[in-house]
Every structure is written in structure tokens, then in C-alpha cells.
Write a protein that binds this ligand. Structure first.
Ligand SMILES: [Zn+2]
Length: 136
């Protein structure tokens, strides 16, 4: 091994594990059921921890996207409309695209933070960031 290779090797071994990983992010599957006129997501906590985002944030997003009231109820989300699971899955994907997966490198290693008083989402893997879109 020449010096250059050795240097490369050292640099590589210093990289955080997450940067080395080439695993794709595994999107959590929505576990929902329709009850009367409402739809219940049964694994809200699971989705919330996979995304590392607050349950209330996810539910507010769904409420806005589906244009109906939705609430957090323990581990569940209750949506005041019948929603097919396929559509819910699409909306959850939409949430991930906007608020979780890095807009530059597509990794899920992002966090909500602030930059000059503005809420942003920052990627801890590549350093990229984008403005946090408020849900009105
Ligand atoms: Zn990134």
C-alpha cells in the first residue's frame, strides 16, 4: 500500500457509519383501517419514529393534504374521512419527501433546526438544507 492509499484508507475509516451505508431508507408501511366514516392509522408511533418527526406534525400534514380534520390519539391517528391505504401511503411518502429525506442526497439523516431565525431542515450526512415549509 502506498502513502496515498493509506491516506484514503484512513479518511474512509474516519467517516461516520451513516455515510458509508448505501442502504436505502425503508419507508414505513401505513397500517390503516376504515371505521365508519373515519380512517384510523394504527402505527402512527412507528411512522413517527422511523421519520424522527413528531406525530402531531405528520397528522397536521395529513389533515392539510386530505382537507379534513385529523387528530392524534395515542399511538393512532384518526382522520375524519374514508381514505384508502394506498392514498395514505402516498401522502406519507409526500411527507417524507418534504420533511424527512434530504433534498440533495435523499438520505433520512435530517433534523429540524434554525438558521438566522428561520426554521430549516438540515441533513447531517451531506450538510445540505432547505427551508421548513410551514403547514398553514
Ligand atoms: Zn443530504
Amino acid at each position: 500500500m502506498d502513502d496515498y492509499d493509506k491516506l484514503l484508507d484512513q479518511a474512509w475509516s474516519k467517516l461516520p457509519e451513516k455515510l458509508k451505508s448505501t442502504d436505502r431508507f425503508e419507508m414505513p408501511a401505513v397500517d390503516s383501517l376504515i371505521e365508519g366514516k373515519t380512517t384510523i392509522i394504527r402505527n402512527l408511533n412507528e411512522i413517527s419514529s422511523a421519520f424522527d418527526r413528531k406525530p402531531a406534525h405528520i397528522v397536521r400534514f395529513l389533515s392539510k393534504e386530505l382537507a379534513v380534520p385529523a387528530i392524534v390519539d395515542g399511538n393512532r391517528a384518526i382522520i375524519q374521512r374514508r381514505v384508502k391505504s394506498r392514498l395514505l401511503q402516498q401522502k406519507i411518502q409526500g411527507f417524507a419527501d418534504e420533511y424527512v429525506l434530504c433534498h440533495e442526497c435523499k438520505r433520512p439523516d435530517t433534523k429540524i433546526t434554525e438558521l438566522s431565525g428561520q426554521k430549516i431542515i438540515k441533513c447531517t450526512a451531506c450538510g445540505g438544507w432547505w427551508p421548513f415549509r410551514q403547514i398553514k
